[in-house]
Design a protein around this ligand. Structure first.
Ligand SMILES: [Zn+2]
Length: 258
């Protein structure tokens, strides 16, 4: 087909419209950037089905951390085109773990266990997907690791602002920091944060979370524990757990601060 000169303004206009739609979508759904569809899925099954494999794997790892009595957070490294390189979970209470992973230590976070398995001088364009906003330790490890982009689902208000190493030194301020995508401002994000609190939460940590507005979530955690629902959840698959908790996630979203 021969392109006529008169086609060019049409093509440019189309591209402008596409860009405007993209910007409007990003502004509506994210603080940084978010990859959920413009029309949020209406059900747990639809939301779960729309997640790519790296997201599903990170959540499966978080669920395994829940089942094994660890802090329920999971993570996964993948290539830019979605091929999973390594996935891991939190192992703070484990007495053993795969070679190269950290376990039985306060440092044994999911992101650390993914990054610890990546070879030195590994290709530096990996995507790290994690169910919860990285803590200070993991943000530092991500900064040092071969990660171009970090994606996280649940917000962890306790660690807000602890990823900005550009404020620490002039050199860091001039270096490109990993791009951040998250948190998810929907039931998936609320699910990820809630699940991460289903393990043991230190009283001092709980106190700080309540100050940050997470009281309704902590109250729900106690309710789920007292009613034996945490055990029932752990017996399910993670997608079933999302579906089981869905009505309460919808209510919880309304009760938490923006
Ligand atoms: Zn961490």
């Amino acid at each position: 087909m021969v392109r006529r000169d008169t086609d060019i303004p049409v093509l440019v206009t189309s591209q402008i419209v596409i860009n405007l739609l993209l910007i409007a979508y990003i502004a509506r759904h994210t603080r940084d950037v978010d990859l959920l569809p413009a029309s949020p899925p209406a059900t747990a099954a639809q939301l779960w089905g729309a997640l790519d494999e790296a997201w599903q794997e990170a959540f499966r790892q978080a669920w395994e951390a829940l089942r094994t009595g660890n802090i329920p957070v999971g993570a996964c490294a993948s290539t830019a085109d979605g091929e999973i390189v390594y996935s891991a979970r939190n192992r703070v209470h484990d007495r053993e773990g795969p070679p190269g992973e950290v376990f039985g230590s306060a440092l044994a976070h999911a992101e650390m266990n993914v990054l610890a398995r990546l070879p030195f001088r590994h290709r530096r364009d990996l995507v790290l997907t994690t169910t919860l906003q990285p803590c200070l330790q993991c943000a530092g490890a991500i900064r040092l690791g071969p990660v171009a982009t970090v994606r996280f689902a649940g917000r962890d208000r306790y660690w807000d602002g602890c990823h900005d190493f550009g404020r620490l030194s002039a050199r860091e301020a001039q270096r490109t920091q990993p791009a951040r995508i998250g948190p998810h401002r929907d039931e998936l994000g609320t699910f990820a944060t809630l699940v991460s609190r289903l393990g043991y939460v230190l009283p001092t940590y709980e106190e700080k979370l309540r100050v940050l507005g997470e009281g309704p979530m902590i109250d729900l955690v106690y309710q789920l524990r007292d009613d034996g629902e945490v055990e029932r959840l752990a017996a399910m698959e993670v997608a079933q757990g999302l579906e089981y908790l869905w009505p309460r996630l919808v209510e919880l979203e309304k009760a938490l601060p923006a």
